[in-house]
Design a protein. Structure first.
Length: 91
């Protein structure tokens, strides 16, 4: 469904993977499985994902917090807003 990688600069990139499952992952209300990651110097500093038992959540600098999934479009907007803020903070 979605498998893209975007280089942001020589030190960082974004990897986005989304696919549709036959049924929802345990803990989720939708049938999408996803992993959206922002990586700097080989370290994942931001990741939005979902997994069985944990449901939708995000990781920022290693700290995990719940994420309220609404739509795929909203997920991407939320993710890119955070990427932009983190990328700007590095500059």
């Amino acid at each position: 469904m979605l498998d893209d990688r975007f280089a942001l600069d020589e030190r960082s990139f974004v990897q986005m993977k989304v696919w549709k499952l036959p049924q929802a992952v345990e803990g989720c209300t939708h049938s999408l499985k996803y992993s959206l990651a922002y990586v700097v110097d080989g370290e994942c500093v931001l990741r939005y994902d979902n997994e069985a038992g944990k449901g939708d959540h995000r990781h920022v600098h290693g700290r995990e917090t719940p994420y309220e999934f609404e739509t795929l479009e909203a997920l991407q907007v939320d993710f890119w807003k955070e990427v932009d803020a983190l990328w700007e903070a590095r500059r």
